[in-house]
Each structure stands twice: as structure tokens, then as C-alpha cells.
Design a protein. Structure first.
Length: 80
């Protein structure tokens, strides 16, 4: 988390919330908001077949973590 917080400080912002999910590997992510002019950001309306899509983490990671946790918790309580 230190590196994440360090980069927020460099960008002039801060970590203001969070979610805790117990899992066997570390996961960190974030959401950013900004105010900018229309010509200062890229929109998907001009996307075309063959364009590169950059993912910052695997799709479905949070769902996989939650399913594992729900399954483990249901084993503890006897619920299915």
C-alpha cells in the first residue's frame, strides 16, 4: 500500500476509502476522478477492431476472491 499511497501523494491526491477482502494474494486497485476539458481525455467512441486494450489487472479477479471467501465462510457456518 505504501507505493500506492506514494503515487497518490505525487499526483497531489490521497487515498480516501477502501475495501478489505481476505485472500491468499495481495490485490490493490483504485478509482480516480478528475476535472478536465473534452479534448484532454480519450473516449471509447472511436475504438476500432485491432485497437490495443490495456488492462491493469486480470478481469474477474475480485469475483474470484469473493467466491473463495463466500465458500470458505459458508464452510465455517454450515450454510451452502
Amino acid at each position: 500500500i505504501r507505493g500506492f499511497d506514494d503515487q497518490c501523494n505525487i499526483a497531489g491526491t490521497s487515498v480516501t476509502g477502501g475495501q478489505t477482502v481476505l485472500n491468499p494474494w495481495p490485490i490493490i486497485g483504485g478509482v480516480a476522478e478528475s476535472v478536465c476539458k473534452d479534448d484532454e481525455f480519450i473516449t471509447p467512441d472511436t475504438a476500432a477492431v485491432g485497437d490495443v486494450l490495456v488492462l491493469t489487472k486480470p478481469l474477474g479477479t475480485q469475483v474470484a476472491v469473493n467466491v473463495r471467501q463466500w465458500h470458505r465462510d459458508s464452510q465455517k457456518t454450515g450454510e451452502a
